[in-house]
Structure formats: C-alpha cells, structure tokens
Design a protein around this ligand. Structure first.
Ligand SMILES: NC(=O)c1ccc[n+]([C@@H]2O[C@H](COP(=O)([O-])OP(=O)(O)OC[C@H]3O[C@@H](n4cnc5c(N)ncnc54)[C@H](OP(=O)(O)O)[C@@H]3O)[C@@H](O)[C@H]2O)c1
Length: 292
C-alpha cells in the first residue's frame, strides 16, 4: 500500500479499469457509481464503497470523474447539491467532452474553490498501468505536479499539454479521426470484399500487407503539412481521387452502401475545385483548414 488515496466517480468500463489499476498500484481507492453492483465488485477487489458522490468527494482530496460525458457529471452535481463541496478538492475528469462543456466545467470548478487537472484517456482500460497506457492532461503546473504520482500509476509517461484545459479534448478527438476513419474504412472494405465473394481470411492477409505502409505514410504526411511541402509527390491527389472513384464504382456495382464513398468523393471534388489535383495528398490539408 502506498500513501496515495483517490476517489473514483463512475465505474463503467473505463472508471472500473482506473479504480482497479490504482488498487493494483497500492493506492487506497474509494468508489461511487450510480448502479451499486459496480461499486460492490470493486469493493471485492479492495476499494472502499461510497454511498453518495458527496462521500466520494469528502473521502479524498483527489477525485477522478469518469462518466459518459460532462452532462452526466453536471447532472450528478445538481441532483446531489455538490456545488459548494469542491473547496480544497482536486477534480480530475477523465471523461469525454466538447470544448464548451470542458471549458464551462473548468470555470465552474475554479469558481467553487476546486483545483482541476483535466484529461483524456487514449487507451483501453486494460492498457492502464502498462507501457501502452496513455493519458493526455492539462492544468496548472502545480496541480499537475501534485497529481503526478496518481497519473503515473495509470500511465507512466502521461502527456502534459499545458494549462489550456481544452487541449486534451482537442488532441484526443483529432487522434480519434485517424483511428475512427481507418477502422470504419476496414469495416467498409470488408463489406465490399464480402459482397464480391472474397474470403475474409484472404482479405485479412492482404490488409496486413497494404496496411504496412500506413505508419510510415502518416509520418510523411504530417511532416509534409508541417513543412509546407505539398508539391513533391509519388501519387497526386488526382491519382488518389481516381482510385477512390474506382472504389465507389465497384461498391455501386456490388450494391454495398455508398455513404462512406460519397463522403470521400466530396473531399476529392473539393480538392479539384481548389486546383490541388497535381499536388501531394498532404495538400488536402487546405480542404480541411478552418474557414476553407
Ligand atoms: N472504454 C474505453 O475503452 C474508453 C477509452 C477512452 C476513453 N473512454 C472515456 O471514458 C469515459 C467513460 O467511458 P466508459 O467506457 O467507462 O463508459 P461506460 O462503460 O458506458 O460507463 C459510463 C459511466 O457513466 C455513468 N453514467 C452515465 N450517465 C450517468 C448519469 N446521468 N448519472 C450518473 N452516472 C452516469 C454510468 O453509470 P451506470 O453504471 O450507473 O450506468 C457509468 O459509470 C467516456 O467519456 C469515454 O469516452 C473510454
């Protein structure tokens, strides 16, 4: 047992994973959840039960909040009259939010005398406490420093994004575009392969080969955008666009849903309108830029 003590509010898949990881690291953990069964499960693993969210706030100076969204947390605060209970407490929301809800929450906690370290978890619950654990955090240097021992138990190399509370949300959502689109792309590719009578074992084998270029290509694209180098290319936007047009035509022939291809088609049409056809794929950054 180490000297650290933390409360965890919200014991869904992620909150329970956080509580369990902290317990395994030797931390004293008090837990509250709307459905009591999840509290009892954690108590059987060594946590202390809290009968109310107020108990959880009063039990420890550091309180991790891991709920579906900030609206759920706001509903808990209002239903339990918690507004005046934050003085002296450090709230650590590891909950997905919008820029507005994150900022409103930060203002609310600070106006009510609390300290805040806002964050986003960038891994599965089972990665916490292992070398693949990943946490993006923001807060004032002194608050992040006091939270450091707790954060380290979850992700040894947690990332400090500075004082702007919105940064973890922005970075985590930007990264989710990448993960989300490639995973949705795989599911869409499976639908096309299946509709065309390709075995999924064969599809799987080849997707691994084709996918091998992705990590290198991602870095090349990011560097090209950062350096403004979008002229040099091995495959122009036009070539990529023609390739995606062919995908759409085949998907249409096979009768799969075209909703994904239609979105991709719009991106390339927009690039063509802007005269980017001869440039590298990195030039699509111009299509996505704010106000474009
Ligand atoms: N799971 C992951 O792999 C993962 C990865 C990265 C980030 N995250 C983030 O972690 C957060 C939690 O995700 P999760 O996977 O743990 O979700 P989850 O399994 O669906 O759990 C949601 C939690 O929120 C509680 N909740 C929702 N609405 C509530 C309300 N109105 N009042 C009280 N409690 C309420 C639920 O309580 P009940 O148990 O009573 O329903 C439960 O504890 C989310 O913001 C998610 O984006 C999750």
């Amino acid at each position: 047992m180490n000297q650290h003590a933390v409360s965890v509010i919200g014991l869904g898949a992620m909150g329970a994973g956080i509580a369990r990881t902290l317990l395994n690291a030797g931390c004293r953990v008090s837990v509250w959840n709307r459905s009591r069964g999840k509290v009892d499960e954690l108590v059987s693993q060594g946590a202390t039960a809290c009968d109310s969210p107020l108990d959880a706030i009063e039990a420890n100076t550091h309180v991790i909040v891991c709920l579906t969204d900030y609206a759920a947390w706001q509903a808990i605060i209002e239903a339990n009259g918690l507004s005046d209970c934050f003085a002296g407490t450090c709230i650590i929301p590891l909950t997905t939010g919008t820029l507005e809800t994150v900022q409103d929450h930060a203002t609310f906690i600070e106006q009510h005398g609390g300290r805040l370290a806002d964050g986003a978890v960038m891994c599965y619950p089972s990665d916490l406490g292992t070398e693949t654990g990943s946490l993006l955090m923001a807060g004032s240097p002194d608050v992040l420093e006091e939270c450091d021992p707790i954060l380290r138990m979850l992700a040894a190399n947690w990332t400090n994004l500075g004082e702007d509370f919105k940064k973890p949300t922005i970075l985590s959502r930007a990264l989710m575009v990448d993960v989300g689109m490639s995973l949705i792309g795989i599911v869409n590719g499976v639908a096309i392969a299946q509709a065309g009578g390709i075995s999924l074992d064969v599809f799987m084998q080849h997707t691994q080969n084709v996918g091998a270029i992705i990590p290198v290509e991602k870095i090349r694209l990011i560097e090209a955008i950062r350096d403004g180098n979008t002229e040099e290319t091995q495959a122009t936007i036009n070539a990529w666009g023609e390739g995606q047009k062919a995908v759409r035509a085949i998907a249409q022939s096979l009768g799969t849903n075209l909703v994904f291809q239609d979105a991709v088609k719009e991106v390339f049409e927009e690039a063509e309108k802007r005269g980017l056809s001869k440039k590298d794929l990195a030039a699509l950054a111009e299509v996505f830029a704010p106000g474009s």
